[in-house]
Every structure is written in structure tokens, then in C-alpha cells.
Design a protein around this ligand. Structure first.
Ligand SMILES: Nc1ncnc2c1ncn2[C@@H]1O[C@H](COP(=O)(O)OP(=O)(O)OP(=O)(O)O)[C@@H](O)[C@H]1O
Length: 307
């Protein structure tokens, strides 16, 4: 699908994506990448300019009610009736989807989200974190098979973040498909089965988490040499070093997730060889580096276009 807003801004550019039943899919991208637009289209809140969206076989544009009834959406912004109580907000949300009342189910949702004690409280009396839990409870009120969480842990404290991760794990065990957006790599790392990277409306890649984390795990160690060198001396082959800055810096690229990084042995070897350095610096690939790397790689391998 593609989406160009009335302003002429192309928020999504030929995004082609298939989500697997029962998986946790993390959509990773910087601000303005198009994540919310993508979710909003799938949930029938925004209409796509071109393309088709099938939700469990139902067309999101032509059968919006059937498609939407399968989805629970936790939006970024807290949007609830502040005067309602927690329990009645849940019952009301369920009713909106035409589901028969089921107090036992609603009670269980409240218990799972540590909201049971607050079931009689007015929403406006709750803390920000509790309000977020209510948003999730509401999204689950009609027993959706698919749950969208848009930036679920932005501005959330550590304990709520842990609870959310736990709750997401539980939902997955029950077979709920979960799609979350985030710009925190750690969040994707903790929870996702697969990760999609989106930037400027284009889906740059979709990969199993393990494969992506391997790519993200690259680190560099730069050693500023006391004496510049013309070439890398024999005896240092096993570290596959590169010489930078006209021979003033030795660079070692390593996998930070490996059990043995090779750094201590490299430093030992340099000492034995009498190669002195005056400073050392390590850096890791940022999300931005990864985006840049991905784009460059795609252009270089002439695979441009859509993922
Ligand atoms: N209704 C709209 N009209 C015009 N442009 C819009 C509209 N909604 C979003 N945009 C633009 O589309 C682009 C994608 O926005 P979107 O909210 O989908 O990004 P995002 O990846 O969710 O970012 P964030 O993490 O900041 O929420 C942005 O440049 C945004 O300004």
C-alpha cells in the first residue's frame, strides 16, 4: 500500500508486508517514518491511497467492521472518558464492538493488567501509567486476535514496562498476534519474533530478530597510534584490522554479543609487538547507522524498490 496525505506528503511508499498469525512483530523506525500511518490504515482510521489490506481475510477498506472487530488498538495518545470508571470503560468498549457482556472475561483482563483494585476508580483519578493500562484493557475488551501497540512504552516507567512485556508474552502464549511500533531497539530485542525497519515511508527490511540483532551487534574499537604506520604489520591478521586516518588509527570491528570479543588478546599482541597507542575509543552502530547502511547496501546491490 501507499499513502499520500492531502498535504502532498508521501507517508507510505509501496509497503508490502505480511504478518504471521501468532507472532510478535516489531515495526522499528524513527519519528515520522510512517509507523502510525501504517497502523491507522490497517485499523480503518486512515484510507490508503493505493493498495489492499487484508485482516484475517477481510478487506480493511471494503469490510471495515469485520476487519476492525479482529483488532485491538492501543494508540499512542491516552484517549478515554475520564469520568467513567475502569470497569465500565471496559464494558462500554466491548459493547461498541457488538460483543455480548462477559463479566468474567473483563475481570480477567483487569486482573492481568493489575487493574483489579482500581476497577471502581474513575479514570481521571489514576496515574499516567495506570491510564495506559486502562487503554490496553479497553483494546482487549472485545477479545481481539490481533493487538496493535503504538509506542507502548514511550514515557513509561520501568515497572510498567516490565508488566507490559509480561502481559504481551502472556497474550502471545494465548495465540494473539501482536504488532508493536517502537524506536527502541531494546524493545524489539526483548520481545519481537520478527522486526521490520521503516524509514521515510519505505520498508527497508523485514527479518527474524536474531538475524537483525547480529547486524546490530557490530562494534568498532579505534586505537590512535603514537607512530603512524604505512601498512598493518604481519602477525595481526586474525583480527582483520583496517588502517584509518592515513595510518594514524587502527580499527578493529567486532561482534559485541560474542562471548570473546578478541579485544584483550589484540591489546596483548600490540604490547608484545611494541605498537603503542595514545588513546582508544569504541563505538556501536546506532539505529541511524543501520538505516544508512541498509539503504547503501540496497543501492549498491541494485535491489532498490520495495521490500
Ligand atoms: N494527517 C496528516 N496529514 C499530513 N501529514 C501527516 C498526517 N499524519 C501524519 N503525517 C505525516 O506523515 C509522516 C509519517 O507520520 P507517522 O505519524 O505515520 O510517523 P511515525 O513513524 O508514527 O512517527 P512517530 O514515531 O513520531 O509517531 C510524518 O511526516 C507526518 O508529519
Amino acid at each position: 500500500m501507499s499513502k499520500t496525505y492531502g498535504s502532498g506528503h508521501r507517508a507510505l511508499d509501496h509497503v508490502d508486508l505480511e504478518i504471521r498469525r501468532g507472532e510478535i512483530f516489531a515495526l522499528l523506525g524513527p519519528n515520522g517514518a510512517g509507523k502510525t500511518t501504517l497502523i491507522s490504515i490497517i485499523c480503518g482510521i486512515v484510507t490508503p491511497s493505493t493498495g489492499t489490506i487484508l485482516v484475517d481475510g477481510h478487506d480493511a477498506v471494503h469490510e471495515p467492521r469485520a476487519a476492525r472487530s479482529r483488532i485491538g488498538l492501543v494508540p499512542q495518545e491516552i484517549a478515554v472518558d475520564m469520568f467513567s470508571t475502569v470497569g465500565s470503560a471496559l464494558r462500554f468498549s466491548r459493547g461498541l464492538f457488538g460483543k455480548a457482556p462477559d463479566q468474567a472475561y473483563c475481570d480477567q483482563v483487569l486482573k492481568d493488567l493489575s487493574l483489579w483494585d482500581k476497577r471502581g476508580a474513575k479514570i481521571m483519578e489514576l496515574s499516567g501509567g495506570m491510564k495506559r493500562r486502562v487503554m490496553i484493557a479497553k483494546a482487549l475488551s472485545h477479545e481481539p486476535d490481533i493487538l496493535f501497540l503504538d509506542e507502548p512504552t514511550a514515557g513509561v516507567d520501568v515497572s510498567l514496562r516490565r508488566d507490559m512485556w509480561k502481559m504481551i508474552g502472556k497474550l502471545r502464549e494465548r495465540g494473539t498476534t501482536i504488532i508493536l511500533t517502537t524506536h527502541y531497539i531494546e524493545e524489539a530485542e526483548e520481545m519481537a519474533d520478527r522486526v521490520g525497519v521503516i524509514d521515510k515511508g519505505r520498508l527497508l527490511l523485514v527479518e527474524d530478530k536474531a538475524a537483525l540483532m547480529k547486524k546490530l551487534g557490530k562494534r568498532e574499537l579505534d586505537l590512535s597510534l603514537v607512530e603512524p604506520m604505512a601498512a598493518i604489520p604481519a602477525g595481526l591478521e586474525e583480527w582483520h584490522l583496517s588502517l584509518e586516518d592515513e595510518g594514524h588509527r587502527l580499527r578493529y570491528t567486532f561482534d559485541a554479543q560474542a562471548e570473546r570479543t578478541g579485544i584483550p588478546s589484540l591489546l596483548r599482541k600490540l604490547g608484545e609487538m611494541g605498537i603503542a597507542f595514545k588513546d582508544l575509543d569504541t563505538s556501536k552502530s546506532s539505529l541511524e547507522d543501520i538505516f544508512v547502511g541498509l539503504v547503501e547496501h540496497r543501492e549498491a546491490s541494485n535491489e532498490g524498490g520495495v521490500a
